[in-house]
Design a binder for this molecule. Structure first.
Ligand code: MG
Length: 288
């Protein structure tokens, strides 16, 4: 198994009565899920998502990017069916952002990344912070259209509306791709409770302050979110790749596998199950 050092932290925040986020870190699998829905249903949905991935992606056998996507699809269907069968859980859903050690199709191991919703996965390399995932959210669509800036999105009154989540439709498109294990890479998974409170510059500064201690970094980021207001639950998972390929030249601009790459290098690119590619996504109001 790839040599990865990791830490994680979750907190209900300063205003919420419960924590609807769930996380997992270890055994080659790292997950953050941010649940939505009343009467504790959001808590159920995010826990189901994390548990399904843990069950479907055991550390004792090699998993591929397709296994990761299938596990997310299975979690989606399980949450959807539960929400239909139990009136108390009607409309429950969850985001998911996940990183898994997978078998590299060529040789050795790689990292698979899967994302649905507005939780995020970031990469720190060469002391730069870059968001790897693209939010499935209303404000992200406004940013993409050029209607608002990224900074304006952080304080937008509709920033909590996600446009894709697990549990809302029986099938869901999953953003998924792979990237090589690069020595020195730090990968950060988080729920929106962090990014709504703490600016990217400050997130990077905290991560660099705790460069050798992912657990301290995760705790410091959650503390920062709470100190900034803590309006939402905040969850952070930090993993450091200890053994891998040499990092690319920092002057190279294209040193990150783009999420929506052209696929001409043999990486997974945009893996979307064929049978779900034409599914429309509904607007889903999150836990605000
Ligand atoms: Mg949240």
């Amino acid at each position: 198994m790839a040599e990865i050092r990791y830490g994680s932290c979750t907190h209900q925040g300063m205003l919420r009565m419960q924590n609807e986020d769930h996380a997992h870190a270890g055994d080659g699998l790292f997950v953050v899920a941010d649940g939505m829905g009343g009467h504790l249903a959001g808590e159920v949905a995010s826990e189901m998502a994390v548990d399904t991935l843990r069950l479907r992606l055991p550390a004792d056998r090699p998993n591929g990017i397709r296994d990761l996507v299938d596990a997310v699809a299975e979690a989606n269907l399980a949450i959807y069916q539960d929400s239909i069968e139990d009136p108390n859980r009607s409309g429950m859903g969850t985001t998911i952002t996940a990183v898994a050690v997978i078998a590299d199709p060529h040789d050795g191991e790689a990292l698979g990344i899967a994302n649905v919703g507005d939780s995020r996965t970031y990469l720190v390399r060469h002391q730069r912070l870059r968001q790897l995932t693209i939010d499935h959210s209303y404000v992200q669509e406004l940013v993409a259209e050029g209607a608002i800036t990224r900074d304006e999105a952080r304080d937008h009154p509709r920033r909590n509306i996600v446009t894709r989540a697990l549990g809302i439709e029986p099938v869901i498109p999953v953003d998924a791709w792979s990237m090589p294990l690069i020595r020195g890479d730090r990968i950060v998974l988080c729920s929106d409770g962090l990014v709504d409170e703490v600016h990217d510059d400050d997130i990077l500064s905290i991560l660099l302050t705790h460069a050798d201690d992912p657990q301290a970094a995760a705790e410091a980021l959650v503390d920062a979110a709470n100190e900034a207001g803590g309006r939402d639950n905040t969850t952070v998972v930090v993993l450091d790749v200890l053994v891998g390929d040499d990092p690319p030249d920092p002057t190279e601009e294209l040193d990150v596998v783009p999420p929506w790459g052209t696929d001409d290098d043999g990486d997974a690119g945009d893996v979307t199950p064929d049978d779900t590619s034409d599914v429309d996504t509904n607007d889903v109001d999150t836990n605000d």
